[in-house]
Design a protein around this ligand. Structure first.
Ligand code: MG
Length: 174
C-alpha cells in the first residue's frame, strides 16, 4: 500500500513532575484529592502534557516547549486543558485528525484507578473525540525510584493521527 493511501502517524509523549505538598493535584484534566500536587509552570498536569507531546510529535510539529514555552507568562498557572486544546487545533490545522490516544500514569500514591474514567472523559472532551478512543492506564512504580518514593508522577502517551479527508461541501454533492 502506498503512503498516500494510508496516511497515518504515531507520536510518543512523556513527562514527569515533582510532587510537592500544598499544591492541587491535577491529572488528566481533573482534580484529584491528595495532600500534595505537581510542581510546574502551568497547573503541571503531567498527563495532558504527555498527550500534548504525543499529538505534536505524531504531526511532526515539535513539542510542547516549542509551542507553549514556560518562559511565556501566558501559560503561567494555565489549565493544561487549554494547552492540549491549542495543540489539537494546531494539529488539525495541519490536516491531521486524532484517531486514538493511549496513556499511562505512574504514581505510587494516590491510587488513580478510581479516577481513570473521569480522566478518560475529560481528555476525550478536550480532543473532541469519542471516549472509546481514549485509554488511561494507572500504575504504581513498585516503590522503585523517584516515583516509587512519591517524589513525582511520571506519564507517557501515544497518539495515532490520520490525514483528515477533505470534506465535500453540501453544494458539491450531486
Ligand atoms: Mg510537563
Amino acid at each position: 500500500m502506498k503512503h498516500d493511501q494510508l496516511d497515518i502517524r504515531v507520536g510518543l509523549g512523556e513527562d514527569i513532575h515533582a510532587l510537592v505538598p500544598g499544591r492541587r493535584l491535577v491529572l488528566g484534566g481533573i482534580e484529584i484529592a491528595h495532600h500534595a500536587g505537581l510542581l510546574g509552570h502551568s497547573d503541571a498536569d503531567a498527563l495532558l502534557h504527555a498527550i500534548t507531546d504525543a499529538l505534536l510529535g505524531a504531526a511532526g510539529l515539535g513539542d510542547i516547549g516549542v509551542h507553549f514555552p514556560d518562559c511565556d507568562a501566558r501559560w503561567k498557572g494555565v489549565n493544561s486543558r487549554l494547552i492540549l486544546a491549542a495543540a489539537c487545533e494546531i494539529v488539525r490545522a495541519a490536516g491531521w485528525e486524532p484517531i486514538n490516544v493511549d496513556c499511562t500514569v505512574r504514581a505510587q500514591a494516590p491510587r488513580l484507578g478510581p479516577y481513570r474514567e473521569a480522566m478518560r472523559t475529560a481528555i476525550a472532551e478536550v480532543l473532541g473525540i469519542d471516549a472509546t478512543r481514549v485509554n488511561v492506564k494507572a500504575k504504581t512504580a513498585e516503590r522503585l525510584g523517584s516515583v516509587g518514593r512519591e517524589e513525582g508522577i511520571a506519564t507517557s502517551a501515544v497518539c495515532l493521527l490520520a490525514r483528515a479527508t477533505a470534506r465535500v461541501a453540501p453544494s458539491d454533492t450531486r
